[in-house]
Write a protein that binds this ligand. Structure first.
Ligand SMILES: *Cc1c(COP(=O)(O)O)cnc(C)c1O
Length: 393
């Protein structure tokens, strides 16, 4: 696909392939394996080390390839490998790139499940992690050791919406000869392209805005071909955290509406954030597109919109937060976000409930914090649904 096309066009057209049936909409190829014209061809395809041919759907499938190529085009990446979930992508990144004795630096406040992945599982295999305040570039610098191979951050982060200076971090990674990986699930490539800011890899929970309607779990890593088509592809091929072709197809079709969805999501979220900020029951709103956000300027330099995840702290702690959540009738009380349906949750007792209180506090997850995934319903209806609980005593 020529580079001249704009993102909305790439989301709809990039990576598309047509079979001999001449189908117009991309085909869902549900087949575990693919046939060869001869024994010689089979031998040649098996000897290949890259993802060029269709062999077996643990590592090569035409529908999966279309999804990978489309996401790569949107991220401005050389290559992309899809995985079963976002956590499978992060696991692939860690175990595909690192070995025993290696060290990585990551941001406090990354997606909750990453904490036990690194502190318990990766540690068991001799991979050491240092956790830093993501907004403090000096802390990243100080954490670098001679064996540091990977820097990993989320921006904006979920659920506290901290913004990382991606270009600044890329400079630190480059000097340390380490790989910089950015989790772009919250912004999506429609709003932010970390590779253009110097990241080597972009990690996705495609479960969120890429798919966009809360139907399937999926993940992906896009970025430098020497990493993605090399050790990361080999990890997926061998360890098998493979995406199902059906899920890849759902994400592929999801990308076709990503641009228009994200514009709608951002407009709704900004309207809700602005309203919440002026509400007497609300202590603080965390949303990058608000001027009150501590990294507002940086966020608006890196992102073309604020995104649709916002958090707010209500006065009165857990009790008040639960009151708002229990009063909603329209918004779904569920841990997911990245859906056209608005979602609400209480991170301290759900997604981040497994963290020790001190870890939670360090990550900025207050008892009164409510995370909202602002959907595409009419913003007046979303506002009215929140108002009910906020006004309760
Ligand atoms: C949801 C999420 C993940 C994990 O993705 P799954 O698809 O649920 O495995 C990782 N990072 C971020 C930022 C997420 O929001």
């Amino acid at each position: 696909m020529p580079k001249k096309y704009k993102p909305d066009t790439l989301g709809i057209r990039a990576g598309g392939m047509r079979s001999s049936f001449q189908e117009h909409s991309e085909a869902l190829v549900l087949s575990t394996s693919f046939v060869y014209a001869s024994a010689e061809e089979a031998a040649r395809k098996f000897a290949a080390t890259g993802p060029e041919d269709n062999i077996y759907s643990r590592f090569t499938n035409p529908t999966v390839r279309m999804f990978q190529d489309r996401l790569a085009a949107l991220e401005g990446a050389e290559a992309c490998v899809a995985t079963a979930t976002g956590m499978a992508a992060i696991t692939t990144m860690v175990f595909g790139l690192l070995k025993a004795g290696d060290h990585l630096v990551t941001a406090r406040g990354v997606f909750g499940t990453v904490v036990p992945l690194l502190d318990q599982i990766a540690k068991k295999f001799g991979i050491e992690t240092t956790w830093v305040d993501p907004t403090d570039l000096d802390a990243w610098k100080k954490a670098i050791r001679p064996n540091t191979k990977l820097l990993y951050a989320e921006s904006p982060s979920n659920p506290v919406l901290e913004v990382v200076d991606i270009a600044g971090l890329a400079g630190i990674a480059k000097k340390a000869k380490a790989v910089l990986a950015l989790d772009n699930a919250v912004a999506s490539p429609a709003l932010q392209q970390p590779i253009s800011l110097g990241a080597d890899l972009v990690v996705h929970s495609a479960t969120k805005y890429v798919e966009g309607q809360g139907r399937v779990l999926a993940g992906a890593i896009a970025g430098r071909a020497d990493l993605v088509s090399g050790p990361l592809f080999q990890y997926v091929r061998t360890a098998g955290p493979t995406i199902s072709p059906y899920n890849a197809w759902t994400c592929l079709k999801g990308l076709e509406t990503l641009g228009v969805r994200m514009r709608g999501h951002c407009a709704n979220a900004l309207a809700i954030a602005t309203w919440l900020e002026s509400h007497p029951a609300v202590e603080r709103v965390l949303y990058p597109a608000l001027e009150s956000h501590p990294q507002h300027k940086l966020a608006m330099k890196q992102q073309s919109g604020g995104g649709a995840v916002l958090s707010f702290i209500v006065k009165g702690g857990r009790k008040a937060a639960w009151r708002v959540i229990d009063a909603v009738e329209l918004i779904s009380n569920t841990a997911n976000f990245g859906d056209v349906k608005s979602t609400i949750c209480h991170p301290a007792t759900t997604t981040h409930g497994r963290l020790a209180p001190a870890e939670r506090e360090a990550a900025g997850i207050a008892e009164g914090l409510i995370r909202l995934g602002v959907g595409l319903e009419d913003p007046d209806d979303i506002r009215a649904d929140l108002e009910r609980g906020l006004n309760k005593k």
